[in-house]
Each structure stands twice: as C-alpha cells, then as structure tokens.
Design a protein around this ligand. Sequence first.
Ligand SMILES: NC(=O)c1ccc[n+]([C@@H]2O[C@H](COP(=O)([O-])OP(=O)(O)OC[C@H]3O[C@@H](n4cnc5c(N)ncnc54)[C@H](O)[C@@H]3O)[C@@H](O)[C@H]2O)c1
Ligand SMILES: O=C(O)C[C@H](O)C(=O)O
Ligand SMILES: [Mg+2]
Length: 605
Amino acid sequence: MWRFGRGAWNLRQMRRFSVAVPGPCIVHKRGTDILHDPWFNKDTGFPLTERDRLGLRGLLPPRVISFEQQYERFMNSYQSLEHNTRSEPPSVVALAKWRILNRLHDRNETLYYRVLIDNIKDFAPIIYTPTVGLVCQNYGGLYRRPRGMYFSAKDKGEMMSMIYNWPSKQVDMIVITDGSRILGLGDLGVQGIGIPIGKLDVYVAAAGMNPQRILPVMLDVGTNNQKLLEDNLYLGLRQPRLEGDEYLSIVDEFMEAAYSRWPKAIVQFEDFQMKWAFETLERYRRKFCMFNDDVQGTAGVALAGLLGAVRAQGRSLKDFVKQKIVVAGAGSAGIGVLKMAKQAMERMLGSNASLEANNQFWVLDKYGLITKERKNIDPAAVSFARGFGLGEVEGLNEGASLVEVVKKVKPDVLLGLSGVGGIFSEEVLKALQASDSPRPAIFAMSNPTANAECTPADAFKYAGENIIFASGSPFENVNLGNGKVGYVNQANNMYLFPGIGLGALLSGARLISDGMLQAAAECLASYMTEDEIQKGILFPSISSIRHITTHVGAAVVRAAVAEELAEGCGDVGIKELKNMSKEETEEYVARNMWYPIYSPLVHEK
Ligand SMILES: NC(=O)c1ccc[n+]([C@@H]2O[C@H](COP(=O)([O-])OP(=O)(O)OC[C@H]3O[C@@H](n4cnc5c(N)ncnc54)[C@H](O)[C@@H]3O)[C@@H](O)[C@H]2O)c1
Ligand SMILES: O=C(O)C[C@H](O)C(=O)O
Ligand SMILES: [Mg+2]
C-alpha cells in the first residue's frame, strides 16, 4: 500500500495543513465548467455541500472520496503501471509514466502537484530530465491538450493583445524557449515546449510557485531541423529559423508584451542556442527581471560542485584557486561555468588576479583545445583560450584532443558540458586516474542520459574508486563490491533556478544581479556537511528540494536587499525586508510557498 506523504518535510507540511482550515477560493464558473478546469477540479473529492453550491449534484458519482484516498488510488495505479511494464523497453516505460502523470496534470492540478511534491525524487526523472527530452522528441504524437502559450513569427504585431488571451490575471514566473537547443538533442522547434512545462513543474514542486501564476512559453521562429520541416504532422512553423534583427524583434515584442501585462513577473530563458542565449541575456538583463538558466543557473550549481570537490579532496576552500580544471564544451553552459568559476577565483585571489585565475582552465570545444592560435575564435571563449600568461603546460597545441590534454595537464577536475555522449572515453578516464589530484572529480553534466560524457559505472571503473562523480541526469549509485558504493551526484541546475526565481519574486527585485546569483551558489555550496562531502556527496538529495530552495531563495532575497535592487512584494515592503534576519527571511520564503490542498470553492458571477 502506498504511504501518503513520504519524507520529513511532507509530514511537517501534512500536519500543518491537516489542522489549518484552508481559505476559500473564488470561482467564476459552475457545473461541468468546473469539472473540466484542472485548477479547480477535485474529481470525486467535492463535498456534498460544495456540489450543491456549484451545481455539481448529479454530475459525479454519489460517493465522496477524500483527497488521501484519491492520492492512494493514483499511486496504486502508478505502481500497477510500473509492474505491468516491467518487461518493456525503458523508453516505453518512461513515456507510459509520463502519460499517466500528464493525464492527472490535465485533470486535477491539486492532486498532481501533491503527488509530485511528495515523490519528487521518483517523478523528477519523468517530468524533467531525462524523460522530458523523449517527450519533446515525440511531442507531435503525445500532444493532446495545449499547455502554455505559443508566440510565432506569424504573430508579429499581435503579441501585446495576444498576451491577454492567457486566463490568469497574475503571472509570477515565465519560462521561455525558442526550442533551438533542447538539452543535448539539438533544434526541436516547437516541440521544445516540453522544457518550459517541465521547468515550471519543478518551480511548483521545489519553490512552491503557485501553478495558477506560471506560464510556459514557446517562441516559434521556425526550425532548422530538416526532419521536422519535412514532417507533415509537425505542429510548428514549417520555415527556417528567423535570424538577426528579425529574430530579435520577435523576442523584443514578446518581452514588451509580457512585462506590460505583468510588470513584476520573472522570465527564465531556457535552452536557447548559444549565440541567442548570450545576446538576449545582455539585451534584457538590465531592463527586465530575467535570467538565463543554462548560462547562470548551471554556473552556480557547477561552482557549488567545484567548491565541494576541493573540500572532498581534503583541501581548504582557498585551494580552489589552484585547481586544474579541464572543461569539454565551450557553449552557453560551459562558458557560463567558466566565467563564474573564474570570478570566484579572482575574488579569492584579490585584485589584479585575472591572469592567474585564467590559467587554471583548459577549454575544449568540438575542434579540440582552444588556444589563441585559433582563427575566428568565438568571442565568448576568447578570454579562456590558452597561450597567454603564466605557467603554460608545454606541448599542447591548438586543437589538442581531450585525451592529450588530460594526460599533459593531469587535472583535478574534468567537466563536460558538450552535449556529446561518451566523450569521456576509457582512455580519457584512465588518463585522469594518472592525474596528480588526490581525488579527481568528474562532472559529466550533459543531458539527457545518453548525452552524458560518461556513465558513472565507467567513471568508477576506469578513473578509480576514489573519484568524485556528478552527472546532469539522474543515475543510480554504483556498486563497487565489498559493500562499497560509488556515489552519484546529480549536478543539475534544478538545485538553483527555483530559488533564484522565487528569491527574485519575493524580494520584488528590479533585476537579477551577479551578486544575487553568487549568493545562490554560495548558499548551495555551504549546504552540505563535512561528513557528506568527505563521502563524495556534493549535493543534497532531490527529496529535500523545497528545503534547499527555501535557503537559496532567502539568500537571493537578502542579496537583492543588500544591493538595493529589492522593491518589496505584495504587502511586504522594502523596509520589512531590510529588517528581516536571515532566519526571518527563510521563514518569509517558506511561508510564501504554495502547497496543494483542496480549498473550499465559492462561486461568484
Ligand atoms: N546539468 C545541467 O544542469 C546542465 C545545464 C545546462 C546545460 N546542460 C547540458 O550541457 C550540454 C551543452 O549545453 P550548451 O547550452 O552549452 O550547448 P551549446 O551547443 O551551446 O555548446 C556545446 C559545446 O560543446 C562543444 N562540443 C561539441 N562536441 C564536443 C566534443 N566532442 N568535445 C568537446 N566539446 C564539444 C561545442 O563546440 C560547444 O562549444 C547539453 O547537453 C545540455 O543539456 C546541462
Ligand atoms: O534541463 C535540464 O535538465 C538542465 C539544463 O537546463 C539543460 O539544458 O540540460
Ligand atoms: Mg536548459
């Protein structure tokens, strides 16, 4: 039998909400319109008095089923599905699990979010990476009902009025993609909408964003994916992607429209190809309260992991500046990580430390090691090209392969954000084992699973049992025999983006500064105990994601206040925010997290 509400956090929540009487919720509809609205629908859970009030008598079977019973019924069906699909291929099972959750999402959001919150560790791999990637790839076939908003190149000039088609008066959080770089799966055009939907589900589960105030957005400017362009059933615009000013004018129009209706909303850019990720970030970050998760959220999570790795090597945090770090992947995520790690080193080194900090990184892209010899070097990567400064490792040429670099550099850290599965080959991992580091760290951060630079099993097998390992998508821990376990961390931006968005919202920040992002990363880095770190555990369990997000969110609020970027939120003005202690800020954040319970519905015309 399924236990209702697992985990310490959930039990606390349950106790709190079982005694509290939930406030009423005003609805402007009655009868079947309510049953067909997942925000208000309680299925068989409507009490008889409410059935009378809302014109539901006779529209439902007579027996009233409690929320707890509904929860248990769903989890039992889910378990039966797991049991019945045991012998099916993993992708079939994953999609079947996604479908059953998606059907609940479409029908009854309260129950959906409760099962998601309570079982986030089990369900995150379905609504988020890796299954969400499969869902995007198969989006045409899986599509049943619309979710979120679609703004296409054909809507130019219309967006200011279109934005009012969204039924919710208030929107707090928008996640937007143009579908051009979905995980490591490339350009999936309009099918990329699955990513904003999945990210916002994580916002509800982890940050307690109110699901009535979230908005997934797809900006369809065409696709360069030939297969999709030739597919008759493709649901997006069948035209090549807009480029240059034409492209930017569409994004500009959306941003103006969104902020004219919801001036206090936060916008998260997600899975834009590198050139647009950087360009849009620079274009909007001083004007709107927005951030790019792949560039900035990933950077914070990676930095927290890198600092954890230094501690796990038995070194002092100050030794971070001496770490030799090889990064495979110089795209939006890789460059974001490099910039943040370099800034952290510079802060530790003091002023004029730029050259020394630069010298700790060896960066490769699809053409190999990036050096200053390279012609047409990407501007974002210029400052990380090898060939200037102190202590160059001899004998590495422009375009050197990963294995050559690892052999010569003998790094402390090998970090992958390349999107290419398996590039941390046996040879590369064996070369890492021969490194100088007391405990090399491997971050195979590319998603989804098949795109990870290596599996944890290979990492522990070829690089040694002593390594620290983290992947972007979830993997099982590795059984090393003799009762020993190779611990697998999940280094995914889901540890930070919910707290960044929530902290920005609850502080009423005008924009999201580097200082706020740094505070988020430092908060995550300091979350783990020394004992956990020594065991190679760099990140907390996903099961405690609400707790983590409370801390990260509070750190972001406090940084926004300290930098005078906070303007307050609702009844909580800037004065009150300024007067809050750290603990009071954490309480304020926790208090403002939405939690799914059935509220009494009151009809108003
Ligand atoms: N774990 C996380 O939280 C997280 C966050 C963001 C991105 N990612 C993943 O990182 C990957 C990259 O994302 P991105 O936005 O930087 O993509 P991107 O397309 O902007 O960059 C990819 C980079 O990898 C390089 N590359 C390609 N083949 C390579 C090879 N064989 N060796 C070395 N480098 C190679 C490319 O030249 C490019 O510089 C994706 O798989 C994405 O899912 C993970
Ligand atoms: O979506 C994820 O799981 C992480 C990251 O944003 C990515 O693009 O891979
Ligand atoms: Mg992403």
